[in-house]
Ligand binder design. Structure first.
Ligand code: ZN
Length: 464
């Protein structure tokens, strides 16, 4: 039977808009629950809420999949200048080990190889202070690579200077997430505000020492992914998946990161279930919906899911395509970024049927910053939505991984449009016959080698 895409699109866009439950879901996740650090109480509550809502919206298959999260928390962090007694506000990087050390502070500037070489002899046994951002006008070296270099030269801890001003500090990672597993910090690393760093450098120039203390602990905690699907009625043994993480970093309800993507998954599930219920039009192959925990702690939820369902080599009944939704309130939707070239013209062809001038691009070097990466690593075709993430984005979305990423940062009207477009795209993908999909030329071994080769290099995702 020929499908009437005009009628289907009208239903999907209309229901995504007029039937939207975005404000209600946003309020529950951001205000009722709030912070959702993976493995913590809010994270558990969120998973239960998402499962329950999906079930209430007609997805009877909605279920929780528990996994063991390798997690961490900190209780205090202080940096006190020995000679003056001044206490400078700091924030540990994610998974900073517990430390209590007193050492001289050495200013490394940008922390470039050149500056580290110039400071030779002074670095050993010292706490180094360096900028988060790379040195301007030179090929950018990620801060993770510069931390490695400082550690190799004998530094005992690093204080990294936040690029944002006004006393703000993001939670950040000291490790390159292209590395396999969860690596320890190259050296204990904390963040300091742009302004407090000025004070610290003043003291460093006078040869003063700092007592650096972080109280933290590592432990395992159960964490929950949420999975549901609408079964396909033509190729029910095949599926496509749309997912996003429901956890946040400490101290924020994560309006943009990633209440936006979580709510989009919930809404897409609701709208597509309503389409089937009210018009009889369902997916061709199954559409699976998932929200992950543990994204902010090394993408652990998505890794656990891929290992469990598809195996490390990704060969066990992989999805035809995995779409990852993260930070959908940075700006409007421009298209899709696929992670491998072989998907480009196929995806562009699908977007063209939507007549919204949406573009497909291909991620060059691998991007390990979000939950598509565990799929990519297993050579499963994956993508993210191309949105105004880094240039041309909304000023309100500057509040990333900090308390300012509040419920107000979720742009309701834009998210309604995202939901409608995600439904249109996923339903189309569900109806493309198996023989029309491009062959996947990639293997998990090849992706692993690529990831290993790219460790320490700059990822050009921060443009466009
Ligand atoms: Zn995120």
């Amino acid at each position: 039977m020929a499908r009437d895409w005009h009628q289907i699109d009208r239903f999907l866009m209309g229901e995504a808009w007029a039937g939207s439950r975005i404000p209600e879901y946003r309020d529950h996740l951001c205000h009722e629950i709030g912070e959702r650090w993976g493995g913590g109480e809010g994270d558990q509550q969120a998973a239960m809420f998402i499962r329950q809502e999906m079930e209430g919206n007609g997805l009877e298959s909605a279920r929780i999949e528990e996994f063991k999260l390798d997690t961490w928390e900190y209780s205090s962090a202080t940096a006190v200048v020995l000679e003056s007694g001044e206490s400078l506000e700091i924030k540990p990087f994610l998974r900073c080990p517990p430390i209590d050390m007193t050492a001289p502070v050495v200013d490394l500037g940008w922390g470039t190889p050149r500056e580290i070489e110039a400071a030779d002899g002074r670095i050993r046994g010292a706490i180094v202070v360096m900028s988060l951002g790379p040195e301007p006008f030179t090929p950018p070296l990620p801060h993770t690579a510069r931390l490695e270099l400082a550690a190799r030269n004998g530094a005992v801890a690093a204080i990294v200077i936040e690029s944002k001003t006004g006393g703000r500090m993001e939670y950040r990672s000291a490790n390159d997430w292209r590395s396999p597993g969860i690596a320890p910090h190259p050296l204990p690393t904390v963040n300091i505000s742009f302004e407090a760093a000025g004070r610290l450098k003043y003291h460093a120039a006078r040869g003063r020492a700092v007592r650096l203390r972080v109280e933290s602990r590592f432990f395992d905690a159960p964490a929950n992914n949420v999975i549901a699907e609408i079964p396909g009625d033509q190729w029910s043994d095949e599926h496509v998946i749309v997912a996003g993480h429901h956890d946040t970093v400490f101290g924020t309800p994560g309006g943009n990161d990633n209440t936006s993507g979580t709510v989009a998954v919930m809404e897409a599930a609701r709208v597509l279930a309503a389409l089937k219920r009210e018009t009889g039009v369902g997916p061709g192959r199954s559409i699976r919906f998932a929200t992950w925990s543990g994204e902010e702690q090394g993408l652990q939820g998505a890794y656990a899911y891929v290992a469990r369902h598809h195996g490390k080599n990704g060969l066990k009944s992989p999805p035809r395509f995995a779409l990852n939704l993260d930070e959908l309130s940075t700006g409007h939707m421009k298209g899709v970024v696929v992670m491998t070239e072989h998907m480009r013209s196929f995806m562009q062809g699908q977007l063209d049927t939507m007549s919204d001038s949406l573009q497909c691009h291909v991620q060059g070097p691998l991007d390990a910053h979000s939950d598509h990466f565990p799929f990519v690593r297993a050579a499963i075709p994956a993508g993210i939505l191309w949105r105004w993430r880094f240039s041309g984005r909304h000023a309100t979305s500057e509040f990333h991984h900090e308390s300012g990423d509040s419920a107000e940062k979720l742009n309701v009207r834009e998210l309604k449009e995202y939901v409608g477009q995600i439904c249109r795209l996923m339903l189309r993908l569900s109806h493309v016959p198996p023989e029309q999909w491009p062959d996947n030329p990639h293997t998990a071994d090849e992706m692993e080698r690529r990831a290993a080769a790219e460790i320490g290099t700059h990822t050009p995702t921060f443009h466009g």
